[in-house]
Design a protein around this ligand. Structure first.
Ligand code: NAP
Length: 294
């Protein structure tokens, strides 16, 4: 079984590459990871040609235009990577009868209400990035092939640029930090996201072997629990004084949803596992960073 992975050098892509070298990865499966240099997803013809050439049995797309603020000024590029490329992948996968695993975001939701979002809720993105991801999801679903779309949130890892690394760096330089405390969501550890995705995929393939049906759909997939950015920062760097501020005191190019709580009920029911709490995952990440940095 050959798996083609887009976004191989990103947080999640790196986690998949690491996972493929462990015992958790099925024997006989190989993962071929591609970076943006090896296949530029903003060019539809390059992507289509690469898909044909690789002849994989499964496609995992972790690549995305993720510069949320810059996207406000680069809508065309953002749309090509986040909306058009997944549509091309989905069309290819459907034609070949192979599954596509694709990732989406809490930013597809408006986040105005004070309760969990469920997958059936209609997207109402508040920024260009969120709108491009919502269009990508819509295209994958509409094409009607076998797919798993995992909507995740607040991704962090021991590699790459993310909130954990930024807070550790700033916390080492400054005794006090001002961090937004009115946006709520679930931090998600990239290696956990890769592991739970693989678990769901295996369950899906087993189900298909028995019933003939693959559990295609949109699923929320984050670590469990909820927090806000200020409390997340306190957990990352407890020695630093974190002053909670409102979103309006920290203006950004793109508007963010205040409520990013995603219900894990559908994922848990479909695949028989509830992701572990974000605090446990953070502990593992901080230990790995400590080992890495000596
Ligand atoms: N990060 C978050 O907080 C967050 C939150 C919610 C949802 N998500 C979603 O989760 C998924 C994984 O995110 P992540 O945090 O792993 O993202 P990431 O670390 O920013 O990595 C994104 C990857 O996309 C690749 N990419 C960007 N433009 C490309 C292009 N034109 N052609 C090919 N590849 C391109 C990059 O490749 P190169 O490195 O090779 O340039 C990069 O490695 C994405 O779908 C994202 O939208 C992320």
């Amino acid at each position: 079984m050959k798996i083609l992975l887009f976004g191989a050098n990103g947080q999640l892509g790196s986690a998949f590459q690491d996972l493929s070298k462990t015992d958790a990865f099925p024997v006989g499966w190989t993962l071929v990871g591609l970076s943006s240099k090896e296949c530029d997803l903003s060019d539809e013809s390059i992507l289509a040609e690469r898909l044909e050439r690789e002849k994989s049995d499964l496609v995992i797309n972790t690549a995305a235009y993720t510069a949320v603020d810059r996207a406000e000024k680069e809508q065309t590029l953002c749309d090509a990577i986040n909306a058009r490329a997944p549509a091309v992948m989905a069309a290819y996968c459907k034609a070949k009868g192979i599954p596509l695993i694709h990732y989406s975001t809490d930013y597809v939701y408006e986040g105005a209400q004070n309760c969990e979002h469920f997958e059936a809720e209609a997207p109402k993105p508040q920024n260009v990035y969120g709108a491009s991801k919502a269009r990508g999801d819509e295209a994958v679903v509409a094409l009607g092939g076998e797919h798993l779309i995992f909507r995740t949130s607040w991704v962090f890892s021991h590699v790459g640029k993310n909130f954990v690394n930024t807070m550790l760096k700033l916390g080492a330089e400054q005794s006090e930090l001002r961090v937004v405390e009115d946006q709520f969501g679930a931090p998600t550890y990239a290696p956990d996201l890769a592991e739970y995705s693989l678990h769901a995929l295996m369950r899906g393939l087993e189900q298909k072997a028995v019933t003939g049906g693959f559990p295609s759909g949109v699923y929320h997939l984050t670590n469990s629990g909820v927090t806000n950015w200020a409390d997340f920062a306190r957990a990352i760097t407890p020695a630093t004084r974190i002053v909670g501020i409102s979103s309006s005191e920290y203006p950004t190019g793109a508007k963010r949803p205040l409520n990013s709580r995603l219900s894990l009920e559908k994922f848990t029911k479909a695949f028989g596992v509830r992701p572990r709490p974000w605090q446990e995952a953070l502990r593992v990440c901080l230990e790995r960073l400590k080992d890495q940095n000596g």
